[in-house]
Design a binder for this molecule. Structure first.
Ligand code: FES
Length: 346
């Protein structure tokens, strides 16, 4: 395969003619800010200072004609047409631990129904995967070149045994036609990771509020378990929102975790069913429970309306925008089901 020499910041890479700049950079542990890896979030924009790129299917709503004319490109979509010098436009925090992107294989050791149209997939890897709590992997759909992104729900200390929470998408290539159809315990699967910049890596002096909608619980479970294991956060308040009791899962797990750790609080909230727990929007439950979130941090994962409402609620309770981190399920490109994007709220 022909390659081109690409300079990203101060790092020189060999990038295959069919390889994206982001893929090559992350494999070489040269960090480029990114979230969705499929052209929908815009967080991986580069300035191409020298050379030419093929933008491939970069959507115009993410990379406008004007931006292309000004030499911008999406690192997760663009491939090199020549040797290049590029510069990420997003800020790079050098203090965050980075783990190179790699390809992995593993065996399915658990595939179980855990909630309405939701399955837990546990994969035993053949090799260790290092990642930051909150990051995700891309599962390769067999017989295709298509990858689907799912956050790890296990803490980073579990380097061989990855847990994913997968919701059925009607007609979805990865879900209706694979995970909910033919996939079975004992089968071999391929994946690549880690990816994404929604993560907890450092100790925090003040409490954190974690808000998840549906399978948005997955990266929050990883973050909460990692934080508790390493005493990174003094108090954690985990809110999980669903419409009915059928949407909740891991209730016993989190109830036991709260009994074991006095600094961990679990709040399941239902929006469409009366029960003996909290009802209404999960973000309203946060507003009801806190008069001030000043100094605290927030981690949100779920559908865009929940993220928007959560960010507004936390700001209303005086949480600093730089301490609000979100991972949003965004509309996918035609070949994808859904994909997370994560950005600190500016
Ligand atoms: S557009 Fe490239 S990572 Fe989202």
């Amino acid at each position: 395969m022909s390659t081109h020499r690409v300079r990203v910041g101060s790092t020189d890479l060999d990038v295959g003619a069919d390889q994206t700049i982001l893929d090559a950079a992350l494999r070489a542990n040269a960090w480029i800010p990114h979230s969705c890896t499929q052209g929908t979030c815009g967080s991986c924009k580069l300035l191409v200072r020298e050379g030419a790129v093929n933008h491939r299917e970069s959507p115009e709503y993410t990379l406008t004609c004007d931006e292309r004319a000004r030499g911008m490109a999406l690192a997760c979509m663009a491939t090199p047409c020549s040797d290049l010098v590029v510069e990420p436009t997003g800020s790079v925090d050098e203090s965050i631990p980075r783990h190179p992107l790699r390809d992995f294989t593993g065996t399915v050791v658990e595939l179980s129904d855990i909630a309405a149209r939701t399955r837990r997939l546990v994969v035993e890897l053949d090799d260790d995967l290092a990642f930051n709590a909150g990051q995700y992997c891309e599962l390769l759909v067999p017989g295709t070149t298509v990858g689907r992104q799912y956050s790890m729900a296990n803490p980073p200390g579990d380097t061989r045994r990855l847990e994913f929470h997968i919701k059925l998408t009607p007609g979805g290539l990865a879900t209706e036609n694979w995970v909910f159809a033919t996939l079975a315990v004992g089968e071999r699967i391929s994946l690549r990771g880690p990816l994404g910049q929604f993560h907890l890596v450092a100790e925090q002096e003040q409490s954190a509020i974690l808000i998840g909608g549906g399978t948005g619980l997955a990266p929050l479970k990883s973050i909460a378990r990692h934080a508790l294991e390493h005493r990174l956060i003094p108090e954690i308040h985990l809110y999980h929102g669903g419409r009915t009791r059928d949407d909740l899962y891991d209730v016993d797990f989190f109830t036991a975790l709260a009994e074991e750790h006095s600094g961990f609080h679990y709040h399941p909230v239902l929006s469409e069913e009366q029960w003996d727990g909290a009802t209404g929007l999960v973000t309203d439950a946060v507003l009801d429970d806190f008069s001030s979130c000043k100094g605290m941090s927030g981690f949100l994962c779920g559908p865009p309306p929940m993220i928007d409402a959560g960010v507004k609620a936390l700001k209303r309770r005086r949480m600093a925008p730089r301490l609000i981190f979100r991972e949003e399920f965004t509309p996918a490109l035609p070949t994808s089901v859904s994909t997370p994007t994560s950005t600190p709220e500016e």
